[in-house]
Design a protein around this ligand. Structure first.
Ligand SMILES: [Fe+2]
Ligand SMILES: [Fe+2]
Length: 269
């Protein structure tokens, strides 16, 4: 596992924006739908630090490999949010603190505790919870990277495509870590397999569901994952989940997309 964490931390860093001309969006703006999706992504990338706070209340904080990863991961995600914020600002929209502060205030008032910290603080979960966290993280990173890929296709804007390509590459580093940790930890523990499949089956929702308004989650899922091409991308993530020890047959993405879009999956393209 050291290889994965060492190679990740060695190449981790602030997103490189050299050559990205944000003023291009002033001449060639994105559609309102693409922009609305980017608002969602901006808010979720910036929410990573709150998610990290919840995670550190769980047994994950006692594993130094995981905390090394989380330190670099949260830093990279923040810069993803900042970069997307520059796209929003080029369209005359609010970004950064002006958008995030009201969202955090709403969360504070609801006194929301994440699903993770609720499960993770339960004494029964122990090390099995770390396997769940790694699996949950892998699925969210697969979904995030796929979402950026779909947005890049649908928006068909050269500057956005280049920016998202760079973000997706870093999401790939997050996937490598989460998925390899998930596979190893699940493989070592039938208890972790059972806890994880139970939690995923009953609690997993698309990234951002606990933070963003329902209507925005529904819009994002329909825009990116509805229709034959989006369905195929979602199916690919479900197949990856199937390959994790003890997680076959959950169909998480298919269930979520069907529920939120109101359409059954199209036949495979
Ligand atoms: Fe990100
Ligand atoms: Fe990520």
């Amino acid at each position: 596992m050291r290889t994965t964490i060492d190679s990740y931390t060695a190449r981790s860093g602030r997103l490189n924006l050299d050559g990205i001309e944000f003023d291009d969006f002033k001449d060639q703006p994105l559609t309102p739908e693409a922009l609305r999706t980017l608002c969602y992504m901006h808010d979720i990338e910036h929410h990573t630090i709150c998610y990290l706070r919840d995670l550190l209340l769980t047994p994950a904080h006692s594993d130094p490999t995981i905390t090394s990863f989380l330190s670099c991961w949260a830093y990279e995600e923040m810069w993803h949010g900042e970069a997307i914020g520059q796209v929003l600002e080029a369209h005359g929209q609010q970004a950064g603190a002006a958008r995030i502060a009201p969202l955090r205030e709403k969360r504070r008032r609801k006194q929301a505790m994440s699903t993770f910290s609720t499960i993770g603080s339960a004494a029964f979960a122990g090390r099995a919870f770390i396997a769940l966290h790694m699996t949950w993280g892998a699925i969210n990173e697969w979904t995030t990277q796929a979402g950026y890929g779909r947005l890049s296709e649908v928006a068909n804007h050269p500057t956005l495509r280049e920016l998202l390509k760079r973000i997706m590459k870093q999401e790939g580093g997050h996937i490598d870590f989460y998925a390899s940790e998930a596979g190893r930890r699940l493989g070592e523990s039938p208890k972790a397999q059972k806890l994880t499949s139970f939690a995923l089956r009953h609690l997993w929702r698309p990234v951002g569901s606990g933070v963003m308004p329902k209507v925005e989650v529904g819009f994002m899922v329909k825009y990116l994952f509805d229709g034959p091409r989006g369905n195929d991308v979602a199916r690919r993530i479900d197949r990856r989940v199937d390959r994790l020890p003890g997680q076959r047959g959950l169909h998480l993405l298919e269930s979520a997309v069907t529920k939120l879009s109101g359409h059954s999956f199209a036949a495979s393209a």
